[in-house]
Design a protein around this ligand. Sequence first.
Ligand SMILES: *Cc1c(COP(=O)(O)O)cnc(C)c1O
Length: 425
Amino acid sequence: MSHIETKCVQSGYRPKNGEPRILPIVQSTTFLYESSEQMGRLFDLEENGYFYSRLQNPTCDTVAAKIADLEGGVAAMLTSSGQAANFYAVFNVCKAGDHVVSSSAIYGGTYNLFSVTMKKLGIDFTFVSPDASREELEAAFRPNTKAVFAESISNPSLCVLDFELFADVAHEHGVPLIVDNTFPTPINCRPFEYGVDIVTHSTTKYMDGHAATIGGCIVDSGNFDWNKYADKFPGLTTPDDSYHGITYTEKFGKGAYIVKATAQLMRDLGSIQSPHNAFLINIGLETLALRMEKHCKNALAVAKYLKDSPDVAYITYPSLEGDKYYDRAMKYMPCGTCGVISFGVRGGRQAATRFMDSLKLAAIVTHVADARTCVLHPASTTHRQLTDEQMREGGIEPDLLRLSVGIENADDIIADIEQALKTIK
Ligand SMILES: *Cc1c(COP(=O)(O)O)cnc(C)c1O
């Protein structure tokens, strides 16, 4: 099973003789044991097994194993949302008084999580440009820095990460690089191949692919040597009193990071994925390779159309020749990037609103990355209370439209855009 398309379909659930052909939903909070002694060993992590679905559930574990295989990692855990995945991924290696270096080109929800909520927990973030030079990146580090965070393709600004530079500088400073790989998915980019240590996902987007289920995932490459920097990561390398003094790196080796996230964070914070939702994600994953290919093919056709249109002021799509991130996209994700495009129509905010209201096939929704083409105009929705100047300060042009190209026929998507552009002239 060496090819990614095969893994999408076959990885994870491997039934034995007489078992259900497709992944069963183990809809049970708890699991039965015949002796309290065995149950005790499970609680102490002395023995492997299921006992309570807040910690682990067979359906969720099977889907996590598939995503780990797709990314080329050693272990993974599902979470209730992408937000929970990013919170756990970072919080698993830091505590109050610690510091994290993060790219500033990240999803708004993640930016808020870092700059407001985690700051309240005593964790400080320094935000750096996704195009920072080695020197600028190095200058952001402090003695208490515990991780570097970035997105492989940022939502919504569509910057492609300089993986090798970020990984190199993180490792020089003895910390892991954590990358949110939601937009390209492992079909188009496998960050572990470029030195990334931990990958996160909002499975809500392409992995589910049908806008049916909120979810997240964390995958560990198993490559970061926590023991080499034992002083920085005592949570992984010294005894955990809440588990009778086990040391995660000693007992679980390459699985230490995910076991700790499960045993401590999931136990205490409880942002679990439900088995039923994990089942839906698994169905989405089966067609992920097919869908990504189509999303990218359609998006490139739409991007080329928009680039040539006299009614379009600018367009950003990393797979489009001439894009600021084209060379980086070709290096790290040569088969395609994602289905999301951002562009502006001539005529500013008003024209953008009229254009959007005239679309018939593309729906106005607060979502990206599912099978149906959809569009969002930040200035008239999520950012509508801001002035044009305030929006520009936040890096968003008032006429910017975020178009998530679906898997319909590209000609129909383009025809819809064409008739809507006519209304703004
Ligand atoms: C949507 C998104 C998230 C948040 O995920 P939810 O599943 O909505 O909690 C995080 N990162 C990126 C890149 C996203 O697009």
